[in-house]
Write a protein that binds this ligand. Structure first.
Ligand SMILES: C[S@@+](CC[C@H](N)C(=O)[O-])C[C@H]1O[C@@H](n2cnc3c(N)ncnc32)[C@H](O)[C@@H]1O
Length: 289
């Protein structure tokens, strides 16, 4: 078999697997090319790609049932039922560990971050997971009479009026991105979620704020050394980088370790940094202007 044919065979095998078939083909192809260089036979090459994907995709963090959640959202939006819409978004956020851990601090989280950055009109949500479903807790909705319409009985048509918000979201999990675009469409937002491997293709869109939440340690481990060039390349006024304060498995406190890790990553740049410590999440707001 030629090298190209071997890569193709590995890509096909992984794409057909139940566990990793939902991953971006570009990501699988890149990993397959690397695995084929290291392994002579396709079986160990497939195994190597699956092992890398386990670490990159972290499927153990959880997913909602996307078709069922989309159908529930369709019905709630059709009925203009804001309580139901928010309950479904909440359920989706709860289905994935990263967003589940953020639920108790959600409103305070974005309030404190956007108090530093200003209310963004454009966002890059990098390695987004399900975080875009937190849109209704970001305080970005239309303002009427100087007051946010949230908290009052806002109807979904008012949500469509989020003024000119451009919400770009990037992930390599295809059904997740399709679901986020489905949700954006229902909210009246442009469908700016993309299946894009941000380790291979740094996002090019310009924005007020770039979020890179709870993924940097894994990103550095999976793509050794691409974290710093990614942060340098991002065309955003503010970078918001976060870390879990407690380890997923061991319950160890990681605050000091990740604080040090963050400052090493941006060493040599004179970017002003504000640290925000939440219950469960350590956030750095970096001013790149
Ligand atoms: C731990 S979750 C974090 C989710 C979200 N940022 C949050 O904190 O709620 C990591 C996400 O990054 C995505 N991911 C991992 N590597 C990626 C890459 N190279 N490009 C784009 N997305 C990636 C995974 O598919 C997963 O959805």
């Amino acid at each position: 078999m030629s090298n190209e044919a071997e890569v193709e065979a590995v890509v096909t095998a992984v794409k057909q697997s139940t566990k990793y078939g939902d991953t971006s083909e570009a990501t699988i192809r890149e990993l397959a090319a690397e695995a084929v260089r290291q392994h002579k036979k396709s079986k160990p090459a497939i195994k190597a790609v699956r092992a890398r994907l386990h670490s990159i995709m972290a499927p153990y963090l959880g997913d909602p049932d996307y078709p069922a959640a989309a159908a529930r959202l369709d019905a709630a939006f059709a009925a203009h039922d804001n309580a139901a819409i928010e309950a479904i978004c909440h359920d989706c956020l709860h289905a994935h560990l990263s967003t589940r851990e953020r639920l108790p601090i959600l409103a305070e989280f974005y309030e404190r971050i956007f108090a530093i950055t200003g209310r963004p009109q454009s966002i890059l949500d990098i390695a987004c997971g399900l975080n875009p479903l937190a849109l209704r807790w970001m305080g970005l909705e239309a303002v009427s009479d100087g007051r946010s319409v949230r908290g009052q009985l806002a109807v979904s048509s008012e949500w469509g009026a989020v003024p000119d918000l451009k919400f770009y979201a990037y992930d390599i999990h295809e059904p997740r991105i399709a679901f986020i675009n489905h949700y954006f469409r229902l909210e009246g937002l442009p469908e700016l979620a993309k299946v894009q491997d941000v380790a291979m293709d740094f996002p090019q869109e310009a924005a007020d704020v770039a979020l890179f939440l709870k993924e940097m340690p894994r990103f550095e481990r999976n793509y050794g050394g691409r974290g710093r060039p990614l942060l340098e390349a991002l065309r955003a006024n503010f970078l918001v980088i976060s870390y879990p304060t407690i380890s997923t498995h061991g319950g160890r406190n990681l605050t000091n370790r990740y604080r040090e890790f963050m400052f090493q990553l941006i060493q040599g740049h004179d970017w002003p940094v504000t640290e925000l410590l939440f219950d469960g999440e350590l956030v750095f707001v970096i001013d790149k202007r």
